[in-house]
Design a protein around this ligand. Structure first.
Ligand SMILES: O=C(O)CCC(=O)C(=O)O
Ligand SMILES: [Fe+2]
Length: 273
């Protein structure tokens, strides 16, 4: 009797594969998972997969973050929501001139050990293929940025991430430890598009209009993905004692995607070029 053997994925201990069979997308359950994600993305602008990362992998990543704490770059700076220099030709209330504050502690990709659970998952082609399938992209690439492709971020009390559009097309976030209070991911899905900047709508959000905003649920082990290039988003200031710890995994449709020097200096204190 012949038997088909499939070798276990290199990230089999990292993902709850019974619930989220990203190693077997062609199966009926795999196809259903893709369809559910697509429906959620279409409806809410985000696909939020609770319990995607195993409890053990979450605990190990919290440990890795602690062990690498002295490698983290601590930033506390203002910047524009586009991560570009402020436009001095427009009024200060205009989105191109508006300044926000970001303060966080970022451990760059090149510091994360090769055997860390999230690094093994990020570097697996299965995860990239899963996202590409959900987004109906014929091809998708992991970021080519040696610092920003994958990182671990700690937000301590008072830290926050100001309103912004991502420089990368797609991001995934993985939550390891939410804050007791604050540290919420707020977003306005599809606020701008490839064709249109929608400055008026952006300015309304920056002025405090909450009508377009959604909150992303953030239990430990949740993996979420969204089009951060088009959704204006923020992480609200962390309150209480527990630091918020998560990772961002970045992707693009081009194989050569990297941060601009301004953003790299801001979040890692160095550039990779
Ligand atoms: O920490 C988060 O939940 C989001 C991070 C983010 O938006 C970013 O790094 O660009
Ligand atoms: Fe972002």
């Amino acid at each position: 009797m012949s038997q088909t053997t499939m070798s276990a994925p290199t990230y089999a201990d990292v993902v709850d594969l019974d619930r989220y069979p990203i190693h077997d997308l062609a199966s009926e359950r795999g196809r259903r998972l893709v369809q559910e994600c697509q429906a959620e993305l279409a409806e809410t602008g985000v696909c939020n997969l609770e319990g995607f990362i195993t409890r053990d992998a979450v605990a190990r990543m919290v440990r890795v973050a602690g062990e690498l704490a002295d490698k983290a770059w601590s930033s506390d700076r203002t910047h524009t929501i586009y991560f570009e220099p402020a436009d001095e030709t427009v009024p200060t209330s205009h989105p191109r001139a508006h300044q926000v504050r970001s303060a966080k502690h970022g451990i760059a990709y090149d510091h994360i050990p090769g055997d860390a659970p999230l690094r093994r998952l990020y570097e697996s082609d299965d995860l990239t293929a899963f996202i590409a399938t959900v987004l109906e992209k014929p091809v998708l690439y992991r970021s080519a940025d040696p610092l920003d492709a994958l990182q671990i971020t700690t937000f301590k009390p008072g830290d926050e991430l100001g309103w912004h559009f991502d420089r990368s097309e797609f991001s995934m976030t993985v939550m390891y430890q939410p804050a007791d209070e604050g540290g919420e991911f707020l977003y306005a899905p599809g606020l701008r598009s490839q064709e249109q900047e929608h400055y008026d709508e952006v300015e309304q959000v920056l002025r405090g209009d909450t009508s377009r905003l959604r909150v992303l649920p953030a239990a430990p082990g949740t993996l979420a993905f969204f089009r951060g290039e088009h959704a204006l988003h923020t992480v609200t200031p962390v309150k209480g004692e527990t630091p918020r710890i998560n990772s961002v995994l970045t992707y693009g449709e081009r194989p050569d995607m990297r941060l601009n020097d301004l953003t790299s200096e801001l979040f890692y204190g160095r550039t990779s070029s």
